[in-house]
Ligand binder design. Structure first.
Ligand SMILES: [Zn+2]
Length: 93
């Protein structure tokens, strides 16, 4: 039995070097270029989930990464922060 290995296609962030997962559309562009289809865009814009830096990347720089793409854990904590503080304040009243 073969264990299921999670992997995704992405590029390395030019600023922080963290892998950025690319959309299925960008992944399909890579396949089209590999098949030498004409009129396929060779560049795309993607934003890093870690440092939020947006840049243009070449489709040929897309590669496979093992594991699962980074999740925005920091953002979830941030979103719940003010709500938690507000709740605490109302309990004091
Ligand atoms: Zn980054």
């Amino acid at each position: 039995m073969i264990a299921e290995l999670k992997s995704y296609r992405g590029v390395f962030c030019v600023r922080c070097g963290d892998p950025i997962p690319v959309s299925a559309r960008v992944a399909s562009l890579q396949d089209q270029i590999a098949q030498r289809e004409l009129h396929t865009p060779h560049a795309f814009v993607v934003r890093c989930k870690l440092c939020e830096y947006e840049s243009v990347y070449a489709v040929r720089h897309v590669q496979w990464f093992n594991g699962e793409p980074r999740k925005r854990i920091a953002r979830v904590v941030e979103a719940f922060g003010p709500w938690e503080r507000g709740k605490d304040r109302s309990e004091l009243v």
